[in-house]
Structure formats: structure tokens, C-alpha cells
Design a protein around this ligand. Sequence first.
Ligand code: NAD
Length: 357
Amino acid sequence: MEYKIALAKGDGIGPEIVDSAIEVLDKIGSLMDYKFTYREAPVGGDAYEKFGHPLPQESIDICKDSDSILFGAVGGPRWDELPREKRPEMAILGLRRQLETFANLRPGNLFKALKEASPIKESIIGDGFDILVVRELTGGIYFGERGYKETEYGKSAYDMEIYSEFEIERIARIGFDMAMKRDKKLTSVDKANVLETSRLWRKVVDRVAKEYSEVKVNHMYIDNASMQVIRDPKAFDVILTSNMFGDIISDEISMITGSIGMLASASIGKDKKGIFEPIHGSAPDIVGKGIANPIATILSASMMLKYSFGLEKASQMIERAVEKTLEEGFRTADISGGGDFISTDEMTKEVLKRIKK
Ligand code: NAD
């Protein structure tokens, strides 16, 4: 079976970490007899330098013509002064819009071997936790009408949150489908005591829930949920939430896992094509030093195998290899706690060695 993958390597450490993930995919390909073919789609500051735009049409076409997209990271101080529409970050926003990827999946799991990296007490984390945040990505307050108006108090600004039943229902279905593949628990997070959009959100989630009787559902206000994920992260399985609440709570959860260099994410839509990327940025402070942690991107490739291509076993082979590598004590600088560490290439090689059928 052949799978066409677009590589949007981007800026900073993007190319280094995407190259690591390619090595891992190729190893899976050779062990499992899959053929992965790659086409580079320039994005970000790199594309701006070459083509005058952070997301050139040719890159959009390459992504649309692929089965899935592996994205590195974009941005850097060199392009900070550019106007908004030319900034590297527009590449990822534009791509999500072009591909209509309305669901963002962010696993927040703590590897047992990295327990000491979490700022949470061991008595709370126990053997670790495994949360999946399912965030609505193309609606809500980030996309509503916005602007300024004159009021009796002078200039005022506004951002409007609008959610349709259609938008809530399609993201809820993704949330429930994910819960069915996991521990069958879903917490829908909103602010229904204040917001009308949240009250509609709750109603639609309850309606969809009737079709998933095996999934245990509860509703939680965002302010309470922000406390509960710290108080007892083990209590959560799938968190389903809106664009802005998801943005905030997924960052909070990534913080308690201990390292930004470990966490993967996926943005998916109505078909299987998705954008798979580490949650971190382009890390301009360490670019070219060969010390970037490639694991978040390797795990993003693993998510691609699972969610885009349905290759569950291959995806687990990668996850197990990463886990074993960490258990056996190998660390990149960001997770070494000041101790010995290995380079990006060495970490990639250690993971490769442990990928077994
Ligand atoms: P960052 O995530 O790039 O870096 C934050 C810190 O974490 C840095 O000290 C960095 O060295 C470290 N770090 C990040 N990834 C690492 C890895 N894989 N291994 C080891 N250490 C790692 O965030 P920032 O510094 O706020 O942003 C840098 C640039 O990235 C900015 O231009 C920002 O706009 C952009 N950015 C892009 C994306 C994206 O492409 N999706 C996401 C976030 C930030």
C-alpha cells in the first residue's frame, strides 16, 4: 500500500525534526511493507524567502494532493516585523482553513519514565495520566466578527463567539468516536452558566451522547476544569471543548506532562487527511545545534499512521519504541534535567533500534 505524505518542514528546528520522523516512517515502511512517498511543501519564513508568501499556492496544491501532511514548525525572529498576512504563522492557519481541519487532537500523556519532569507531585500523578483534548478548531470566538466601535466610554473592541449546531455536532462526534477507542469517558468543557454558545454546546453534546450509550459523559465549566486537571489529571480521558477553551486547557495539560518537546498533535477534518505536527514552535534558540528533541514529531508521525491511514499496529510500534527508549534512560537536553543527554540524531537512532514488529 502506498501513502503520499506532504512534508511542510518550515523554519528553525522544523527540518531537523521532520527528517527524524521520516527515518522512523521509512523503518516502519520496510518492516510492514508500506510505501511512504514524500513531497516537500515549503511553508513559513522559508517559503516567504523563496516565494514571497508563507503558504504558496504550490504548497497548498501539494498538501491537497497528498494523503496527509507532516508539519514541522514555522516562525522566527527574522520575520517578526512582517505584516500579519505575510508572517510565517499564517502558513498553519491557512493550511487548516484550506483543508477544513475542524478538529484538533492533542494527547497530553505523561510517560512513566519522565515522571520526574512533571511539576505535579508524584502522589497525584501515580503511574501517569493519558488525556486527549479534542478542540474545535475553525469556529468560535477566534473566527467570529470582530472590530472596534465608539461608545460613551470611548473606543471599545469586541470579538464575537458564534457556534452553529452543525459545528458543535461534528466536533462532538469526533470526541465521542475518540472516547470509544479509549476509556469511554468524555468530559465536555464549557461555560454554560454564563455563555449562550455554551448552553447550545451542552444541548448538542447531550443529543449526540444518546448515540454513544457506552460513553460516560459529564459536563464541566472551564474554570473548574482548569483546576481539576491539576488536582487529579488521572480522572480525565477525552476532554471535548471549544476553540478558545481548548487552546488554553491543552497548553495547561502540556505543561504538566513536563516537556514541550514530547507532545504531538493532529488537526483532522471530514476526510482522513490531517495535519500532524509537534505542539512546540521552531525553537530558534537551539536551531542548528543538533539538540532538538525529535520525539514530538516522531509521535506526530505515529498519530498520522493511526488517524489518517488506519495503521493502528504501526502506530503502536512507534509509541512502544519511544517508551522503551525513555525507559532505558536516553534523554535529549530538554528532558535531561541537567544530566547527560544525546543529540537529535542519536535519539532518532535509539528509537529506530527499538521499532520491532
Ligand atoms: P518554542 O516552542 O519554539 O520554544 C519554546 C522553548 O522550548 C525554547 O526554549 C525551545 O528551545 C524549547 N523547545 C521547543 N521545542 C523543542 C524541542 N523539540 N526540543 C528541545 N527544546 C524545544 O516557542 P517560542 O520560542 O515561543 O516560539 C518560537 C517561534 O515558533 C515563534 O516564531 C513562534 O511564533 C513559533 N511557533 C510556531 C508554532 C507552529 O509552527 N505551530 C507553534 C508555536 C510557536
